[in-house]
Design a protein around this ligand. Structure first.
Ligand code: NAD
Length: 441
């Protein structure tokens, strides 16, 4: 079993570290955030992911995983160091590689063994070549450090399951030694390994994410047209889904993609294309459709109502998708400021996302309106004039349509996730607006 260090304990790094430990490797997770490290040492996960805390506790008490801010000790004699630090979007669309560079330099200054640096973070094509050279430039000891690409494909909300049961593992290497090292680390996972060169591995990650983003934007574009011509996007998607060339997944229309990956990875690939004097028209279109889609529900509601001023507005769901507490690029972040600027009194409910949201919008007066965080769906809906659904959490999907009628002052619902059938809403007496389908009461 290998001695593995993971740099960065976010969604990617922590989940990877815990899963390596679960398969018997000796893992040290490094983070610069001391509060996070203390939380993890006490068995608490700093992020919400189903099943993660249980595996953290199990492997910590078995002595297979530890957490530290002391990178020097953690890097110096590791067999492999996995990088799971962030690569956020910069204003020009390019990826910010500062965190990668910091860790690369720390590795160069401390490592004492022949070691493999494995970049799990999503980085532009060619970055791994630069990381290898950068480490070489700053290397203090007379050792060999090689760099491999191993992009991550987990989805937040099912990160542990996705890692333990991935459909494929991509490894991008430039030497037999690196390839064999990664093969042996991943052997216990028993998952197909696709072995390519580093640049292809880097491109596989962007090409995969951007293809999914494109699929979502395509369905949203078609949904908007469906509304104009009297077709129903859900029927259309079902009809399409039987074609194996299309596939049944990612055909749901809605208020656009969010999260820490699709928005920044579409921008980053577009930027890479521009840098190479190429116009990536398909990805550009996905970006522009998504931008408009995020506020489409707000525009529909604005057309239906004269004003939001003085109205109680219920919001169900704040996170960018169910199963995560992550708010990055969530549609709620586009819509809440618009509603507040128009004087709405918002009552927001989310099963796990309100604490993070309250860091951005503390409860109380805000803009021309106010925001209150509530602990139940009922509290949000009670006496509301209008309700928006931004995230399709299971408990929101399970709401009995009659509840909207019973609790709201006016049962007016704008559903950004097409959760309900139009007929059930009609029967319940709820005025229902969704995406790509007929509106009505
Ligand atoms: P994150 O922001 O959740 O976590 C990054 C962590 O790195 C933070 O805890 C931060 O404190 C830590 N960090 C920063 N500098 C450090 C340093 N010098 N040493 C040690 N730790 C340091 O990020 P994430 O969402 O896990 O994403 C990480 C990378 O993986 C990104 O490139 C992202 O694009 C990619 N990715 C993310 C997902 C996802 O669903 N979140 C999926 C696939 C790939």
């Amino acid at each position: 079993m290998s001695k593995i260090t993971v740099a960065g304990t976010g969604y990617v790094g922590l989940v990877a570290g815990v899963c390596f430990a679960e398969f018997g490797h000796h893992v040290t997770c490094v983070d610069i955030d001391e509060d996070k490290v203390n939380l993890m040492k006490s068995g608490i996960s700093p992020i919400y992911e189903e099943g993660l805390e249980e595996l953290m506790k199990k492997n910590y008490s078995a002595g297979r995983i530890d957490y530290t801010t002391d990178y020097k000790t953690a890097y110096k004699d590791a067999d492999a160091i996995f990088l799971g630090v962030g690569t956020p979007e910069q204003p020009d669309g390019s990826a910010n590689l500062t965190y990668i560079a910091t860790v690369a330099r720390q590795i160069a200054e401390t490592v004492e063994n022949h070691c493999l640096v494995v970049v799990k973070s999503t980085v532009p094509v060619g970055t791994n070549d630069r990381v290898e050279q950068f480490i070489q430039d700053f290397l203090v000891n007379d050792v060999v450090v090689e760099v491999a690409s191993n992009p991550e494909f987990l989805a937040q909300g099912s990160a542990v399951h996705d890692t333990l049961h991935a459909e494929r593992i991509i490894i991008g290497t430039e030497s037999k030694w690196s390839e064999e090292m990664l093969n042996s680390i991943y052997k216990p996972f028993n998952i197909p390994i696709v072995s390519v060169n580093r640049r292809s591995a880097e491109m596989i990650k962007y090409a995969s994410n951007d293809f999914l983003a494109l699929k979502i934007s395509y369905m949203n574009d078609i949904a908007n047209l469906c509304e104009l011509v009297g077709a129903d996007i859900q029927d259309v998607a079902e009809g399409m889904s039987y074609d194996e060339r299309i596939g049944a997944k990612f055909l749901n229309a809605g208020i656009g993609f969010g999260g820490s990956c699709f928005p920044k990875d579409t921008q980053a690939l577009d930027y890479l294309a521009q840098q190479n004097s190429y116009e990536l028209q398909t990805v550009k279109a996905a970006i522009s459709v998504n931008k408009k889609q995020k506020t489409i529900l707000y525009k529909k509601a604005s057309n239906r109502l004269i004003t939001f001023s003085g109205l109680k507005v219920a919001i169900l769901g704040l996170t960018f998708k169910p199963g995560t507490d992550d708010l990055r690029e969530a549609p709620s972040l586009e819509n809440v400021p618009l509603l507040l600027s128009q004087g709405a009194d918002i009552y927001a409910y989310d099963p796990v996302g309100t604490n993070n949201f309250a860091k951005l919008y503390p409860g109380g007066p805000s803009g021309n309106g106010s925001i209150t965080y509530v602990h139940s769906i009922e509290q949000a809906l009670q006496d509301a004039n209008v309700c928006f659904i931004f995230t399709e959490w299971g408990e929101i999907k399970a709401i009995d349509p009659l509840m909207y009628k019973r609790l709201m002052r006016t049962p007016l619902l704008f559903d950004g996730r097409n959760i309900y059938s139009i007929n059930e809403m009609k029967e319940a007496g709820v005025e229902y607006h969704s995406i790509g389908r007929k509106s009505g009461s």
